[in-house]
Design a protein around this ligand. Structure first.
Ligand code: F6R
Length: 607
């Protein structure tokens, strides 16, 4: 949530900060701002609204200076407004900061500062940091670095922050705790960002800051220090994501581009793990722990949680092992039972989700080993987990997750199949891996029919209630589809297991309702047909997503969208595609920006 950027170098900072901020806009977009050091003074430009407003104002009234910091905000403390936008400055206007995260003890700190005569301008927690740094700076704590170190000691909560000071135009000081921060030197100078995508066009060799670390950026180099200010030596990490992977490449939105990238992203998830039809996860040890495990516990949030639920079905189906799936925010607070014979899996696209990380830490404190499934190299999760499976989906920029979800699901299927083989439930995985290899082409065929979904959305987008139902593997796909739709179209949508229809949801059905049914579990076709008849006969509009060929659902009073036939157990990766397209086209029809839905931000780094 929120995006941070910083630049110090041989070019004017403002245009570079804006370029980098645009790459981070998906992290928050209710306001934006930059601060630049010009002529030994700090000049701040910030405003409510999207970054292009700030950019326009800078074009009209440019800012010169080679050192600067920038921020795109997702409001937590204080409404989106010009005043609450970052950067924030101290009372002397000599220190400016941008901050991601939450200062949990800010009220106490604010009262203390107010008692010393400090007048606050904003409602944010961030402003206290600027004043505290100034407090130590004035007290003569030697240097800016030392003042920042002293200030950090007073903060509870999470932060990624960047600080500039008019008296030190030759440096930017950055620090992190529980919120990502990346620093790099290359070409025009040194850069700072809360996300790799902002740096891709400048350099690929980056330092990932660890919790408690401080980076001091100079024009031509970066010093890493610990929380006492001692120097640390670290190699840079090379990132091989391409610049284009973070561009729209002719698509009107990142979300549509990412939906269309799925054949490729799934190949990327699959190929490195298949060696001549044999599943081979080089990155994890399929040791005794897996063979003797009594239970698998999977934790995640949001869309990743839906991938986890598919994981439950897949592990139980292929490897006959009990699986417990939990939403990370519930898991961390519900006093869960730990067992050393359990396998713990955490799924997170960003690897920075606060609740997921807290659950991982809890598991590790209780002696568990955590396997991470993540898309983000260098993320906190990838550094804290015991073993990592990368999804290799490439950067996902749209707030609504699409390709990351299917890649997570692909990795889970591979794991479940390999575990099923290792535990002797599947004598030969070839039949299944052959099918998995077909999935990318089958998705291409579905994408070729995108106009069918587009037309359907243009007829249905105004429905006030949209419900999704399915059984077995179709149930988590229904959950994911309902989430996607509500996130970007703001339509009230719900998912339920089709067997639950008569236990409550049927009360919602009337002519203002659209019901989308997933029917890919062949053994349950008749049950699904009854459910679909029940909703149609109560006046709901209906769409069935099912396999091509059979015609089983043709006689119902429902539209039918067909998927190329695959094994029923692999249907989620196919069935979710028309649902993703449907959400996208409904959002566009409603005039929403699908990439930047209201109130949401990519990567929920605070609780
Ligand atoms: C939905 C969505 C969110 C995320 C959730 C977890 O489209 O993007 O529900 O899935 O915030 O995020 P990660 O996977 O980064 O932990």
């Amino acid at each position: 949530m929120c995006g941070i950027t910083g630049f110090i170098g041989y070019e004017n900072a403002a245009p570079l900060l804006i370029r980098a901020l645009k790459k981070l806009e998906y992290r928050g977009y209710d306001s934006a701002g930059i601060a630049v050091i010009h002529d030994k003074k700090i000049i701040v430009r910030k405003m409510k609204g999207r970054i292009n407003l700030l950019e326009e104002s800078l074009l009209e009234n440019p800012l010169d200076g080679y050192t600067g910091i920038g921020h795109t905000r997702w409001a937590t403390h204080g409404e989106p407004s010009d005043i609450n936008s970052h950067p924030h400055t101290d009372s002397d206007g000599r220190i400016a900061i941008v901050h991601n995260g939450i200062v949990e003890n800010y009220i106490k700190l604010k009262q203390w500062l107010q008692s010393r005569g400090i007048v606050f301008r904003s409602d944010t927690d961030t402003e206290v940091i600027a004043h505290i740094i100034n407090y130590f700076y004035r007290k003569g704590h030697g240097s800016l670095l030392q003042s920042v170190i002293e200030a950090l000691k007073l903060l509870n909560g999470s932060y990624a922050l960047a600080v500039i000071c008019a008296d030190y135009p030759d440096r930017i000081i950055a620090a992190r705790k529980d919120s990502p921060l990346i620093a790099a030197t290359g070409g025009a100078g040194s850069f700072l960002a809360s996300d790799i995508t902002a740096l891709l066009e400048f350099t690929r060799d980056v330092y990932f800051l660890n919790d408690g670390e401080i980076a001091v950026l100079y024009q031509d180099h970066i010093e890493l220090r610990n929380d006492e200010g001692d120097l640390i030596q670290r190699e840079t990490t090379h990132i091989d994501w391409s610049v284009e992977s973070a561009e729209k490449n002719g698509f009107p939105h990142f979300m549509l581009k990412e939906i269309f990238e799925q054949p490729k992203s799934l190949e990327n998830a699959l190929r490195p793990r298949l060696k001549k039809d044999i599943i081979d996860f080089e990155e994890i040890k399929f040791d005794k722990k897996w063979l003797e495990a009594r239970r698998i516990v999977i934790i995640a949030c949001g869309t990743a949680y839906h991938a986890a639920v598919i994981g439950k079905y897949a592990f139980e189906y292929f490897a006959r092992i009990p699986v417990e799936v939990d939403i990370a925010s519930e898991y961390r607070y519900r006093n869960p039972i730990f067992n050393k014979n359990d396998i713990y899996i955490a799924i997170s696209q960003s690897g920075e989700t606060a609740d997921t990380l807290a659950a991982v830490r809890l598991i590790k404190q209780n002696g568990g080993c955590v396997i991470a499934i993540t898309n983000a190299p260098g993320s906190t999760l990838s550094r804290e987990a015991n073993e990592i499976i990368y999804t290799y989906a490439g950067p996902e920029i749209a707030v609504a997750s699409t390709k990351a979800f299917t890649s997570q699901v692909m990795c889970i299927y591979l794991l479940a199949l390999e575990l099923g083989r290792a535990r002797s439930y599947i004598p030969d995985t070839k039949k299944y891996t052959d099918e998995l290899c077909e999935i990318p082409d089958r998705i291409r065929k579905i994408l070729d029919k995108k106009e069918i979904i587009q037309r359907f959305a243009s007829r249905q987008y105004n429905k006030t209630k949209m419900l999704f139902m399915g059984r077995q593997f179709d149930y988590p796909v229904s959950m994911e589809s309902a989430l996607k739709l509500k996130e970007i179209s703001y339509t009230h949508s719900e998912a339920f297991a089709a067997g639950e229809l008569k236990h409550g949801p049927i009360a919602l059905i009337d002519s203002s309702t659209l019901v989308i049914s997933f029917a890919t579990q062949t053994a349950l076709f008749e049950k699904m047909a009854s459910n679909i008849l029940e909703v149609c006969s109560r006046g709901a509009a209906s769409l069935v997503i099912t396999w091509e060929g059979g015609g089983f659902f043709d006689a119902l009073n429902s539209e039918v969208f067909t998927l190329p036939k695959s094994e029923d157990c692999f249907s989620p990766m196919l069935a979710v595609i028309p649902a993703q397209l449907f959400s996208y086209y409904c959002a566009v029809q409603r005039g929403n920006d699908p990439d930047k839905p209201r109130n949401l931000a990519k990567s929920v780094t605070v609780e």
